[in-house]
Design a protein around this ligand. Structure first.
Ligand code: ADP
Ligand code: MG
Length: 447
């Protein structure tokens, strides 16, 4: 069964009753997925009509969620089961149809058609990474080499990497663009060694490659032989002036187990980070996504979602899809009450992950002071500075209000919190040391 369809089915399974699932979804057969249309087959025309009328929205939402972008769903009436089996036995007619955008050879990868620059919403949090990616895509190996993009999960690194590949291939289809995840690269090294095919491996990644895109390169850390192969690959491509783009969940200096020689090479070109998007950007991303998936999303719901889910764009998109499916299944309009109800679990788990207390603990450890001091009254800079930064981070990364933050910092007045937050905001703009400090802390926040 097709992986996207399978994932879509799984997400439907969690949203409908077992009986409904068995009645309406289990009988659907995957036929094919191409040109943005997921085709499903049923035996009975009446049944087909019924599913079409009642479940198209849900199917579309689940398919879009699974595929990471809008898909149309078409339900066709096929041959009855016995006949189908006969076809399957006799010949290739019933063979699985091709996947979308089949790879020409395995040095090409099925690019996600939605991960383009045009579909990437730019805001202050990702502006730099976006601009760097575009400039590399427009002038491979002339702008920055390598380009190293890092940021937390679900913030658009893979999206940008695919966008670079799309753009390079659009401008020059003869470019041999190799996209590989760090995980897959490791697998291929292992396979190459065990089958004594390292020559083939090297040909593929060195001579046979004009642009190398490695997603999640941090997973190479701690894998000695893979790092060694990657080191030589990197050197060969870099010397031949081939563009290299890497993504990682951390800044090179902060990847434990990464060899020094790779660490230094990762910093040869340009390093760009992606941060969690600001509220306005989150709202814009939601609206873009809703438009694409034809979900009617009232502004106040977009704001509600964006206010409550802030650290991960993937989670934000997932919440939208979930909400749309929930509304369509229950036949209720998209209201805030419905949103609250549908997203209860998601919101709870996110709230647990990042609290005022967890930020206090992190900041206290970072500056080597006591949490009690952060909550205390001492005004000495050694304490006051970490305290201000902790307040700033709480304001930015939790939903706590100024008075709530003051309360949890030992009962301080909200005006004290406001003053501290403003001071840090100003310092970030004028003092690189403070900015670096804050960014280092933000990278340590649990994602
Ligand atoms: P990462 O690789 O950093 O974990 P992804 O690139 O997989 O994250 O992004 C997760 C999802 O969020 C994708 O569906 C992607 O399209 C979407 N996304 C992330 N950032 C943006 C953005 N700025 N504009 C539009 N969509 C975004
Ligand atoms: Mg990714």
């Amino acid at each position: 069964m097709n992986a996207i369809w399978q994932a879509a089915l799984e997400s439907i399974r969690s949203r409908v009753t077992g009986e409904n699932f068995a009645t309406y979804f289990e009988p659907l057969r995957f036929v094919g997925l191409d040109a943005g249309v997921l085709r499903l087959e049923v035996d009975d025309p009446f049944f087909g009509d019924w599913v079409r009328d009642h479940y198209t929205d849900l199917l579309r939402a689940a398919a879009a969620h699974a595929a990471g972008g809008e898909l149309d769903v078409e339900i066709v009436v096929g041959a009855p089961a016995p006949l189908r089996q006969a076809i399957a036995v006799t010949g290739p007619v019933a063979e699985a149809p091709p996947e979308p955008r089949p790879a020409a050879d395995d040095s090409q990868f099925p690019l996600n058609p939605f991960y383009r620059f045009e579909n990437f919403v730019v805001g202050p949090s990702n502006q730099f990474a976006h601009a760097a990616s575009e400039s590399v895509a427009n002038q491979p190996a002339r702008a920055y080499n390598p380009l190293f993009i890092y940021g937390g999960t679900g913030l658009g690194k893979t999206h940008l990497l695919h966008a670079i590949a799309h753009r390079i291939l659009e401008r020059d289809p003869s470019q041999r663009v190799t996209y590989v995840s760090g995980e897959e690269f490791t697998n291929q090294v292992v396979k190459g060694i065990s089958r004594q095919e390292m020559d083939k491996f090297r040909e593929r990644y060195r001579a046979g490659c004009d642009v190398l895109l490695v997603d999640d390169v941090h997973v190479l850390a701690g894998r000695e032989r893979t790092q060694e192969e990657f080191f030589y690959t990197f050197n060969a491509l870099h010397a031949a002036q081939k563009q290299i783009v890497l993504t990682s969940d951390k800044f090179p200096q902060e990847i434990p187990g990464l060899e020094e020689r790779l660490r230094s090479r990762f910093q040869w070109g340009l390093i760009a980070d992606i941060k969690a998007p600001e509220l306005e950007t989150r709202v814009a991303i939601l609206k873009r996504k809703a438009e694409r998936d034809r979900i009617d999303l009232p502004d106040e719901i977009a704001f509600f979602l964006a206010q409550n889910i802030w650290r991960n764009v993937r989670a934000l998109e997932g919440a939208l899809i979930q909400l749309a499916a929930y509304a369509s299944l229950t036949g209720r309009p998209l209201t805030q009450g419905l949103a609250r109800e549908a997203l209860r679990y998601l919101l709870e788990s996110q709230d647990k992950a990042l609290t005022v207390e967890s930020i206090q603990k992190l900041v206290a450890e970072h500056f080597d002071v006591k949490v009690a001091d952060l909550r205390g009254q001492r005004r000495h800079r050694v304490i006051a500075h970490p305290r201000s930064i902790a307040m700033y981070l709480c304001r930015k990364h939790t939903q706590a209000s100024f008075p709530q933050i003051g309360e949890r910092f030992g009962g301080k007045d909200h005006s004290t919190v406001i003053a501290a937050v403003r001071k840090v905001e100003k310092a970030i703009g004028s003092d690189p040391a403070v900015r670096n400090e804050v960014e280092a802390l933000e990278r340590k926040l649990p994602r």
